[in-house]
Design a protein around this ligand. Sequence first.
Ligand SMILES: *Cc1c(COP(=O)(O)O)cnc(C)c1O
Length: 398
Amino acid sequence: MNTYKNPDEKGYYGDFGGAFVPEMLFPNVEELQVKYLDIINSESFQKEFRGLLTNYVGRATPLYFAENLSKKYGAQIYLKREDLNHTGAHKINNALGQVLLAKKLGKKRIIAETGAGQHGVATATACALMNLECIIYMGEVDIARQAPNVGRMQMLGATVIPATSGSRTLKDAVNEALRDWINNAADTHYIIGSVVGPHPFPDLVARFQSIISEEIRCQLQEKIGRPNPDYVIACVGGGSNAAGAFYHFADEKEVKLIAAEAGGLGVDSGKSAATTFLGTLGVLHGSKSIVMQTGDGQVIEPHSISAGLDYPGIGPFHANLFMQKRAEFYSITDEEALRSAFELTTAEGIIPALESAHALAVLAKKKFAESDVVVICLSGRGDKDMETYLSVLESDDL
Ligand SMILES: *Cc1c(COP(=O)(O)O)cnc(C)c1O
């Protein structure tokens, strides 16, 4: 199958993907593999899902022509406003889709992992709406760092369980969630928050997020008379907002794709999360991909100023785009992201999430032609990052 968009039947995008899970998880994963496409492509599912996206999430999100940024960088720059979604980011698209899927599978209980708490809040929101039990695993360290989101999840009725092993952060929360899933196979669905995990999760999440590029095509057709931009830029943690923004363009060769990874303090600093620059072939959380690891396969602790990009791997969809050179990858430092966040705020009156600011920072690194149509996925809003932004304002660092 010669496509970048979808994996083969075994869940491989080129050399990457698959399903590497303990035997105890086979039945759960296999049930999903067998059923997911029929369920999510059915007319009744699509009707319900799209109804929620429109009436509950507030889609379609605007494709906003950023005139001031365009002047500054000499290109036609459009922002896809995922920051305007209910709960403040793209993650709700996936959470609603998966909760609906879980209901169709007859599951009564939802579990999820979360790092900064954004996926946890989206999942707790979808569970409150659809009246399902919700359990969120979160590293003990992250619980302390992200108190407002922990409060939101609890107010939404979710139980937040601390992961107390390892570094007590995201990857440990994933391990705890997987352990729960093994023990509660029959009645529980595990909602992964990005295009990672064993097949079919990467494809499942990419399909739910593909609404982003579906809308971009219609909106560009209306605004400029053609569906394809010259460039699409998105930040990549696990890669779900980027997969959604790239999806319907991945097999359109004239559209150039650009992924922005979190460089942290710099790729050579030992404090970075730029997976394609630092990673090697490995298996992480159930799929074969590019992973930041030591020579003997120990996962290296990543670093990024933005919690949503602080992940030592990358989804198999993106690993394949990288290896095939279909997408260009940039490493953006903490400082470059901060600069771009303040620049967007003063130029356009939009305070972006720190994650999204990594995508914006590509503008200063790449030379565009005046006529180039550049779409940037603004994955989320900056409310959650105000503490970081305020500390920069106070220190006058930039
Ligand atoms: C979680 C998050 C990301 C990173 O996750 P992806 O799966 O790579 O999209 C990016 N932006 C925001 C606003 C997030 O909350």
